[in-house]
Design a binder for this molecule. Structure first.
Ligand code: UDP
Ligand code: MG
Length: 343
């Protein structure tokens, strides 16, 4: 099977494998990425392309990506976005242009070794259309490891998505899944979860994880929280449903409490010291109510963003040798695509 695929290319000259990499201010590590990625892909023996998306970097990343395009125009395509739209929208921009039969996503910071792409490919050879990954000996700060474990568990209970390690972006998808993702018009999404909903035969493999080769994580605590809200609210209504359940339980309990207090009043007469208990209870309930309202806001805010139907990202330029298939019409609103054609 592997030898067959070694020479296999899909639709008219399109590569067999597309590797999609979002890049945001990764100047210090890009040279090392190029030096490891291309040999690792050459070793696979498939026709491949690397699709870099520059997510509005403010350093020299875009410049370095264009230079890499000059060096390897046969296997490199660069999408330059007009601003910083976030990792997942950048990936969507890459998916629109990726032409491979299989699509692998990878971070630019070398936290996942490109040499492990072969493991994803082997799992796909075995017939899986979605290959997730689990970070072996994850090298991130402790609070992120713990928070990630907790959120993984929460997500598993509230949605139908099964992922051992939701934060690991090194994943492989079949063409059918990426086509389905390209049809989705949602503004805020979480690619691995969205892809999972379209997968027929998902699996997971272990991949290596190292510390960032250079530069810093682009995710602050705040943006990680935003991202997890995208994941929770985008794929589950459970957070909202928890609130209606909780409302019922609290109403029931306070009814009971009232009955007990009324009975004591009748039997024991007026009592002292109930005020602080009352305050404590009140603050607790107010806290829950405010969180509930905030949660409603999270969903409503997303609905608001969807109904405006603004473009998810703007493309400044695409560096590629052969023109990509035309993007679906809804996506091209507001896009200015300028192709560098070199035949
Ligand atoms: N990234 C991006 N846009 C952003 C933030 C991040 O394209 O707004 C890219 C970044 O360059 C990297 C990947 O997304 O290739 C993952 O980011 P990072 O390594 O900072 O995340 P972490 O590993 O800390 O979760
Ligand atoms: Mg990283």
């Amino acid at each position: 099977m592997t030898t067959q695929q070694a020479t296999r290319t899909s639709i008219a000259g399109a590569p067999f494998l597309s590797v999609v990499i979002p890049v945001y201010n990764e100047e210090p590590g890009l040279a090392a990425l190029f030096a490891r990625l291309y040999p690792a892909l050459d070793a696979l023996g498939h026709a491949y392309e690397v699709v870099f998306i520059d997510d509005g970097s403010r350093d020299r990343s875009a410049q370095l990506l264009s230079e890499q395009f000059e060096r390897r125009p046969d296997a490199t395509r660069v999408v330059l976005l007009d601003g910083n739209f976030g990792q997942h929208r950048a990936l969507l921009a890459g998916f629109e242009r990726a032409r491979g039969e299989r699509i692998v996503t990878l971070d630019a910071d070398l936290q996942n070794p490109p040499e492990d792409i072969v493991k994803l490919m082997d799992a796909m050879d075995a017939g899986h259309d979605y290959v997730g990954s689990i970070r072996r000996m994850r090298q991130d700060v402790a609070w992120r490891r713990w928070a990630s474990k907790l959120l993984n568990r929460l997500r598993e209970r509230t949605s139908r998505i099964k992922m051992t390690d939701q934060g690991c972006m090194m994943r492989a998808y079949g063409r059918r899944i990426v086509d389905a993702i390209n049809q989705c018009r949602e503004m805020n999404t979480f690619i691995p979860a969205l892809a999972y909903t379209f997968a027929r035969d998902p699996t997971e493999v272990e991949v290596g994880h190292e510390e960032r080769f250079a530069g810093e994580s682009k995710y602050s605590l705040y943006s990680l929280m935003r991202l997890n809200f995208d994941l929770m609210t985008g794929f589950s209504l459970a957070p909202l449903q928890v609130f209606s359940m909780m409302g019922m339980a609290i109403a029931l309990l306070s009814g009971l409490l009232f009955a007990i207090l009324a009975a004591r009043r009748l039997v024991l007469g007026p009592e002292e010291g109930g005020l602080f208990t009352l305050f404590a209870l009140l603050f607790f309930l107010v806290g829950i109510a405010l969180f509930g309202i905030g949660l409603l806001g999270e969903y409503i805010g997303r609905i608001y963003q969807e109904v405006r139907e603004r473009p998810r990202y703007l493309v400044r330029a695409v560096l590629e040798r052969d023109a990509a298939p035309p993007a679906p019409p809804a996506q091209s609103i507001g896009e200015t695509v300028q192709r560098v054609a070199r035949q």
